[in-house]
Design a protein around this ligand. Structure first.
Ligand SMILES: NC(=O)c1ccc[n+]([C@@H]2O[C@H](COP(=O)([O-])OP(=O)(O)OC[C@H]3O[C@@H](n4cnc5c(N)ncnc54)[C@H](OP(=O)(O)O)[C@@H]3O)[C@@H](O)[C@H]2O)c1
Length: 308
């Protein structure tokens, strides 16, 4: 079977090999023939940290070729989206059935593959703030993989969304996702007050965001694209008294990944969530996809296609 392993001598630290063992499912697993997968920011770090034959890959969409022996999960022939811990960039993968959701025919494999890590992060981080109907939500890094989903989900939930982007060229695309206001910095005095902040950028921006929070608001800090964050109690004195900063880790809980993927996939099928996919490539070009991610050439997700 073909699939990627890490190899420091390969392009992007990856090598496509053709001698992988076929996946062996346990009773609760389904086997999926992969049609598309997406790549994520953190996977580049993992490839560098695990250079010797490790098998990356979390975001996968495809067709079930073997159903779970315990009767759980979708049956043979079902189109599905899956959230794996690793080993997803291969022709076939084995996945616990609770990390799988069936797909409506209206959802393409490319759209589905964009959902697991980025979509679940946005969905679950937004839940941190509870009901957001009519409330102000700030999404930082809104043109990114997670950010584009966070903006759309917050709008769908009835929030008034302010989206922060890194530069003015990104503004129009994020406005098209439904954001009510788009800013390139958090300097303005009239921002917020935000009931919920979803922050994947970190660095100096987190403290700035806290200064625009409503009393008792919730900030889910899920990334650090701009580096480590340093915050002070003084940041909370502006108005965000007793605001909460949550170190947000999206793969937890594991047991409801499939359920949450199903929610996202249904929103896509209904046209209420549109995955923004900046680049689709053949999977043999996965290293080029990471290079594009690194150069920040595209917005949204980068998706690799396997087969015709
Ligand atoms: N905790 C978790 O469970 C979890 C889950 C998923 C992701 N993450 C983390 O979340 C972060 C974002 O992930 P992602 O998949 O959305 O990444 P991504 O697709 O690469 O998007 C990153 C976004 O950050 C913007 N950006 C880059 N540098 C910036 C800066 N200095 N100031 C402001 N904006 C900047 C980019 O803007 P441009 O449009 O200009 O490139 C882009 O919109 C990463 O740190 C990732 O590791 C964490």
């Amino acid at each position: 079977m073909r699939g990627f392993v890490t190899d420091p001598k390969g392009a992007g630290g990856l090598r496509l090999v053709d001698d992988l063992a076929e996946p062996v499912p346990s009773g609760h697993d389904v086997v999926v023939e992969v049609r598309a997968f997406a790549i994520n920011h953190d996977e580049a770090n993992l490839i560098a940290r695990r250079p010797d034959g490790w098998r990356p890959g979390q975001d996968v969409a495809g067709v079930v070729v073997a159903a779970a022996g315990d009767g759980s999960g979708p049956g043979v022939g079902a189109r599905v989206v899956c959230y794996l811990d690793w080993e997803g960039w291969a022709e076939r993968v084995v996945v616990p059935s609770h990390c799988v959701a069936a797909l409506d025919d209206r959802v393409s494999f490319e759209q589905a593959a964009s959902l697991p890590v980025a979509g679940l992060t946005a969905l679950r981080a937004l839940r941190v703030g509870g009901a957001v109907l009519g409330r102000q939500v700030l999404v930082t890094g809104a043109s990114g993989g997670v950010g584009q989903f966070a903006v759309q989900l917050a709008v769908a939930a009835g929030a008034r969304v302010t989206a922060q982007v890194s530069r003015s060229e990104r503004e129009a695309g994020v406005r098209a996702l439904g954001a009510h206001r788009v800013v390139t910095s958090l300097d303005a005095d009239d921002l917020g007050p935000f009931h919920v902040v979803l922050d994947g950028i970190g660095g100096a921006q987190t403290a700035q965001a806290i200064r625009h929070m409503a009393p008792g608001g919730q900030l889910a800090l899920y990334g650090k694209v701009a580096g480590d964050t340093s915050i002070s109690i003084s940041d909370f004195y502006a108005q965000g008294w007793n605001a909460h900063v949550i170190g947000f880790v999206s793969p937890v809980p594991d047991e409801t990944k499939g359920e949450d993927l199903g929610i996202l996939a249904e929103l896509v099928a209904d046209g209420r969530l549109t995955p923004h996919i900046g680049l689709v490539m053949d999977w043999e070009r996965t290293a080029e996809g990471f290079a594009a991610l690194e150069r920040r050439e595209t917005t949204g997700k980068i998706v690799m296609r396997i087969g015709a």
